[in-house]
Ligand binder design. Structure first.
Ligand code: GH3
Ligand code: MG
Length: 297
């Protein structure tokens, strides 16, 4: 996949130079002439790097740099200032605001390409490390740390704007038997298959994590008990019907799920919300497994 570069440049001649140079390197180029639509464009296109002109018709590059860097989700995107007014004061200010590098508009095109390639390489490495720090290595769903982080955000948002959301804890039934009868490696592969089925049955905004061992956590924003039940039931049914191993030695397994909701349970913190989902899960286990229970109902 080619890297996407977003160029904020109002002067046509300068944009043409950038475009010509970058297209030769097979980069994908996007343009904003005034920077007004910058955040929306970044949200939509997820560029890998931004080239920022300093002097623009209605704003300036420093202002845009400040806006980009105030958004946590864009902190990893390199910003290269492309300007004819490089002096030490501008450089110091730009770097303080989070710019990655500066380049003069009369630069040699080879310097432009090398600087861009270096910045893109650093971003790729950073993204790899970031991914490793939030993803569970066996199942490739999010890890518990990331789940807690998102749960906290959602909790605060729910409280502030009076919105509901649900927290689900999903546990594999009698999973120890799979390990005991088929061995740990098959157990691992069954866990991976379960995670794949769960992941393919949620929306992009939902957060699925491996909560630990054979437990998964699922955060459903903007969802009440009714909506959460539909999702949980779809997962329970899909996993229940799937052969999770090979045709020669099939493995069928069921799931139990506990659900808590911010509005219904009135939890005062994220720990309480998870505890409530856990209480509901144990209700499902005690009632015979392979079912869904709610906290407070
Ligand atoms: P229950 O229906 O009560 O949940 O029964 P269970 O056997 O699933 O019991 P429990 O959830 O307490 O046990 C989880 C088992 O999951 C214990 C452990 O052997 C297994 N397990 C935990 N992590 C892994 C893993 O990474 N790989 C494999 N293969 N097994 C794991
Ligand atoms: Mg279990």
């Amino acid at each position: 996949m080619t890297s996407k570069i977003l160029v904020v440049e109002d002067t046509q001649k300068d944009f043409d130079f950038l475009q010509q140079t970058l297209l030769k390197e097979k980069f994908t180029i996007l343009r904003s002439s005034d920077g007004k639509d910058l955040l929306a464009l970044m949200e939509k296109e997820a560029p890998d790097l931004i080239i920022l002109d300093l002097i623009l018709p209605e704003t300036d590059g420093f202002e845009l740099c400040k806006i980009i860097r105030s958004e946590e989700r864009f902190l990893n995107i390199p910003i290269l200032f492309f300007t004819s007014s490089i002096n030490i004061d501008n450089k110091l200010l730009g770097l303080q605001l989070g710019a990655s590098d500066f380049l003069s508009k009369d630069c040699d095109s080879r310097e432009l390409v090398i600087k861009i390639k270096n910045l893109l390489y650093a971003k790729r490495r950073y993204d790899d490390v970031l991914r490793l720090s939030v993803v569970d290595s066996l199942t490739h769903v999010y890890n518990r740390r990331y789940f807690q982080h998102r749960l906290r955000d959602e909790f605060e948002r729910g409280r502030r704007y009076d919105r509901d959301f649900c927290c689900l804890i999903i546990d594999v039934d009698k999973f120890k038997e799979v390990n005991d009868t088929l061995g740990h490696p098959i157990g691992d592969s069954v866990l991976k298959s379960i995670a794949d089925i769960l992941r393919s049955n949620i929306r992009a905004a939902d957060i699925l994590c491996r909560y630990g061992g054979d437990e998964f956590g699922l955060l459903l924003p903007e969802t009440n008990f009714q909506g959460a039940y539909v999702t949980a039931e779809r997962m329970r049914s899909k996993v229940g019907k799937a052969n999770l191993a090979t045709a020669e030695s099939p493995v069928f397994i069921s799931l139990s799920c506990g659900i808590s909701s911010l509005v219904e349970g009135g939890a005062v913190g994220i720990d309480e919300l998870v505890t409530q989902a856990d209480v509901a899960l144990y209700k499902a286990k005690r009632a015979g497994r392979n079912q869904i229970s709610f906290y407070g109902r």
